[in-house]
Every structure is written in structure tokens, then in C-alpha cells.
Ligand binder design. Structure first.
Ligand SMILES: Nc1nc2c(ncn2[C@@H]2O[C@H](COP(=O)(O)OP(=O)(O)OP(=O)(O)O)[C@@H](O)[C@H]2O)c(=O)[nH]1
Ligand SMILES: O=C(O)[C@H](O)COP(=O)(O)O
Length: 218
């Protein structure tokens, strides 16, 4: 993680404790199923990021998880990711700010934030995102279908405030424009769909074969 040959980019995955995750999926899933889903999506996100590392043209990157969860920290370390301890549990934007400061203090040139609830992220799309950040822009925002922010690449890591919430893709775009980063809004198919509502879960259950099986609903 340190030294002259260290990668320029840090990819960070923010992750809550499974017991507090996917609360909007309430009625459709039991608490146990919500926790299983959160763990499954988290583990698969790390797997897909590790697969992305092996693709031709993939820029080198380090991988970290920002969390306050002991369980998630343990899983992350077992899967070879660095853990960034989140401060108080005061939301996604504050957690990503903690990760951005951590990256800036270690002289990473860029930070790429990937949420742990994408339905079926494609490693090739992640490489497309990282390569897009090599061009003339210093901020790339991948919007969700509901205009949330499903991936965000920014250089330097602390160049903008993090403004997660409704329509956050537009808010991040405006913040990057104000910071003079020449931002790009990049729609990538596999980064458009996160699982946050019952409707998105229903779509994912149709489109992602292993989900029903893993949730014991096959
Ligand atoms: N470290 C950290 N990660 C967070 C926090 N809030 C959300 N996340 C993560 O950010 C990603 C997207 O968040 P959400 O879409 O709100 O996911 P969620 O919080 O599980 O879903 P809800 O409980 O329905 O809001 C997921 O990987 C979450 O685990 C937080 O306060 N701290
Ligand atoms: O995209 C965002 O700003 C955060 O992920 C919250 O949005 P979501 O709950 O729609 O994922």
C-alpha cells in the first residue's frame, strides 16, 4: 500500500453493517434475507474489482473498504482489501469524506467510489470508468437510473464535497464543475443498476440468476 511503485488510484467501497443495510427492501425480504443480500452483493463487488485488475488496459489501483462494521472489516481483510475505519455513523457522504482524506493523506492522485449494492457490475465497465479518468477530465460520475451516484472518480480525492442522496449524480456534477474539474457524466450499463428498492430488487432477481438461489428463493 505504500512505496514508490504504489498505484495512483484508490478504489474505495463504502459499506454499512449488514444488520443496518437495505432497509428500504423491508417488507419484501426478511431481516435475515436483507443481511444475506447485503453480504452477497458486498463480496461480489470485491470479487468483480479484483477481476477488473486482471483485464488488459486496467489501470493499477489499490482497494479499500470504508466501514464502521467489525463484520465487514473482517470480510474485507480476508479478501485482501484495506480497511478504513469510519468515524461516527453519520451517513454515506461523511464516510466517503473520511476515505477521501485518508487517500489524500497518502498522496493517491485519485479516488474512485464504488457502492457495494450494484446488481451486476461488469469488470470491463469498471476499467472503462478508470480509463475515462485518464483523459482530460478530473471527475467522472456514473449515474444510476434514478440519478443517484453509482460510481464516482475524482482527482485529487478531496477536490469536491460528497453529496450523496436524491439526484446526487447531478449535485456531484455541479460540484465538480464549480471545482474546475471538467467533469464527465458516464453512463455504463452495468453501473446503472443498484439494488435499493423493491422494484430494483425484482429486476435484479430476474436479471441476475444467482440472486434467487443465494437468497433461498429459487
Ligand atoms: N461506510 C458507510 N457506508 C454506507 C453508509 N450509508 C450507505 N453506505 C453504503 O453505500 C452504498 C449505497 O448506500 P445505500 O443505497 O443507501 O444502501 P443501504 O444503506 O444499504 O440501503 P438503505 O438502508 O435502504 O438506505 C452501500 O454500499 C451502503 O452500504 C454509511 O453511513 N457508512
Ligand atoms: O446514490 C446515492 O446518492 C446514494 O447511493 C443513495 O442513493 P440510493 O439510495 O438511491 O442508492
Amino acid at each position: 500500500m505504500t512505496g514508490p511503485d504504489r498505484p495512483d488510484c484508490l478504489i474505495v467501497v463504502p459499506m454499512k453493517d449488514p444488520s443496518a443495510s437495505k432497509t428500504r427492501l423491508g417488507p419484501g425480504l426478511t431481516q435475515a434475507q436483507r443481511q444475506t443480500l447485503a453480504r452477497l452483493l458486498f463480496r461480489r463487488t470485491i470479487d468483480v474489482l479484483r477481476q477488473a485488475r486482471t483485464l488488459p488496459d486496467a489501470p493499477r489501483f489499490d482497494l479499500a473498504i470504508v466501514t464502521s462494521s467489525i463484520e465487514i472489516a473482517d470480510i474485507a481483510e480476508r479478501m485482501g482489501a484495506t480497511v478504513i475505519a469510519e468515524g461516527a455513523r453519520d451517513g454515506l457522504s461523511r464516510a466517503v469524506e473520511t476515505a477521501a482524506r485518508w487517500a489524500g493523506n497518502r498522496s493517491y492522485a485519485s479516488l474512485c467510489v464504488i457502492p457495494a449494492d450494484l446488481a451486476a457490475p461488469d469488470p470491463a465497465d469498471l476499467v472503462r470508468l478508470l480509463c475515462c479518468g485518464r483523459n482530460r477530465t478530473r471527475a467522472v460520475i456514473c449515474p444510476a437510473t434514478d440519478l443517484g451516484t453509482n460510481a464516482l472518480l475524482v482527482s485529487p480525492p478531496t477536490a469536491i464535497p460528497f453529496l450523496y442522496g436524491p439526484n446526487s449524480a447531478i449535485r456531484h456534477l455541479r460540484a465538480a464543475e464549480r471545482a474546475g474539474l471538467n467533469p464527465v457524466l458516464l453512463r455504463l450499463d452495468s453501473l446503472q443498476f443498484d439494488i435499493d428498492t423493491a422494484a430494483s430488487l425484482e429486476r435484479a432477481m430476474r436479471d441476475v440468476p444467482e440472486l434467487p438461489r443465494m437468497l433461498g428463493q429459487a
